[in-house]
Design a protein around this ligand. Structure first.
Ligand code: ZN
Length: 455
């Protein structure tokens, strides 16, 4: 028997513009009909505004458990590298069930903020002592269990990590849970692909961790393993990383990557913060996506992505919650624009042109680029697509008397997450009144796991 749901909304953000008085029919989780200018019919669930759910293209879910634990000043200048030490200490304590507990809460919070798909950049593979689990995909299965418990769509990105620094340096003790050789990694990938087949809408990509962690030969082997699947890599996040890369190779990270890999639309370069004008142009015209994580980049003191020249050259971007120190889609988008405003001393930098709304450009940009990066190329409200939808609470004062794009501007720049009302994933309403339907249970399991891990 077909499971049918009919929604009616006053305004809907469709791929080609704003639909008015739209009736959407959803059968078994997929959109089968979109009819603008229609009257609601008896039994329709009525909403004021519907937006497409956003992809969150870069997450390390386990780091949700240490949010706020690395905000104490150390003896010297604190940096990404001191944060990483705190992260490595936390990593040592997480077992498979703990990972499911922490990731499930992170995914609940993502859904509550309007993200309906997550790209999980997953490098915590082995047991606490560094030995592989009996099933090498054990920790990936823990991530899939969290995705299933929360309902979020998963693009799983198992990470290949083999070295501690440029030029194939041997990994150190704090990295023992991340490390693979190429053969072991291929076996892991096989297991992950088989398991993901049981999770609706899941996609499996591949993630060379960074140019610090892979050699040129390994990178080329990984590209072959990926085929047409998404390939994600951390790159040019930190000035020291750029300096180390220059010293090792004579080239900057983005420059080096383009010289050694066929970077195309299957690739996502995460951060790409520190680029010359020439690197910015190469990335923008390659078809690859820049994976921007404004909250984490601010938290870690990374720097500001050159978005203005990147977009002017036709570049594509998406947003990611990365360290999950705070999970909020509207705040990621707001901070992305505000970083540009502060550095350029201009306003409405990321709007698509004169008279265009910045909020709508941000939402559409993150949808298109994020979908592409996660292998979900047609993300949006369209026939044949899973019904991944977000409704807004137009009773929020920041959304009163607003129409069309003004609603998204009001959401991103004024109301923020409190104006997110309901979220559907594959036609199932998983968030209602701003709360995930399983929040209380999942939060309680998280609390128990966290207390145990912090002993
Ligand atoms: Zn990351």
């Amino acid at each position: 028997m077909t499971d049918t749901l009919c929604l009616h909304a006053r305004e809907v953000l469709l791929p080609d513009g704003w639909g008015k008085q739209v009736r959407i029919v959803i059968e078994d989780g997929s959109i089968t009909s979109i009819v603008p200018q229609s009257l609601p019919q008896p039994g329709d669930e009525r909403h004021a505004v519907l937006l497409p759910g956003l992809p969150n293209l870069h997450s390390h879910a386990f780091q949700r458990g240490m949010a706020g634990f690395a905000e104490t000043r150390g003896p010297g200048a604190d940096s990404f590298w001191t944060w990483r030490e705190a992260m490595y200490r936390f990593v040592g304590r997480i077992g498979p069930d703990d990972l499911t507990a922490v990731a499930a809460l992170a995914y609940v919070e993502m859904l509550e903020s309007g993200f309906t798909r997550v790209g999980e950049f997953h490098y915590l593979h082995h047991d606490r002592d560094g030995q592989p689990f009996g099933d090498p995909a054990e920790m990936s299965l823990a991530i899939m269990a969290a995705a299933e418990a929360s309902g979020i769509a998963l693009t799983h990105l198992p990470v290949f990590y083999a070295h501690a620094g440029f030029g194939g340096l041997a990994p150190h003790e704090g990295q023992r849970r991340f490390i693979h050789g190429l053969d072991d990694f291929a076996r892991l990938l096989e297991g992950v692909r088989a398991a993901a087949a049981y999770l609706p809408d899941s996609i499996v990509g591949i993630a060379p961790h960074s140019l610090r962690a892979v050699t040129a030969d390994e990178l080329s082997a990984l590209s072959d393993l990926a085929g047409e699947a998404p390939i994600h890599i951390h790159i040019a996040e930190q000035v020291r990383e750029v300096e180390d890369c220059l010293q090792w190779s004579g080239a900057r990270p983005v420059e080096w990557l383009f010289e050694h890999a066929a970077v195309d639309r299957n690739w996502c370069l995460v951060h790409a913060t520190h680029m010359t004008e020439a690197e910015t142009m190469i990335l923008a015209t390659s078809g690859a996506v820049a994976g921007l994580c404004p909250i984490t980049e601010a938290n870690l003191g990374d720097g500001i992505f050159p978005a203005s020249s990147f977009l002017a050259a036709g570049g594509r971007y998406g947003i990611g919650s990365d360290s999950n120190v705070r999970i909020d889609a509207t705040e990621e988008l707001r901070l992305l624009e505000y970083g540009q405003r502060l550095s350029l001393r201009q306003r409405n930098v990321l709007a698509a042109g004169v008279g265009a709304s910045t909020g709508e450009a941000l939402w559409r940009g993150a949808l298109k680029g994020g979908g592409q990066a996660l292998g979900d190329h047609e993300a949006g409200i369209a026939i044949g697509r899973p019904a991944d939808l977000v409704s807004l609470d137009t009773e929020h004062p920041s959304l009163w008397e607003r129409r069309n794009a003004q609603l998204i501007d009001g959401l991103i720049f004024a109301a923020g997450q409190p104006a997110v009302d309901c979220v559907w994933r594959r036609g199932r309403k998983v968030v209602s009144g701003g709360r995930h339907i399983a929040r209380d249970r999942i939060a309680q399991i998280y609390r128990t796991a966290l207390a145990k891990m912090l002993i």
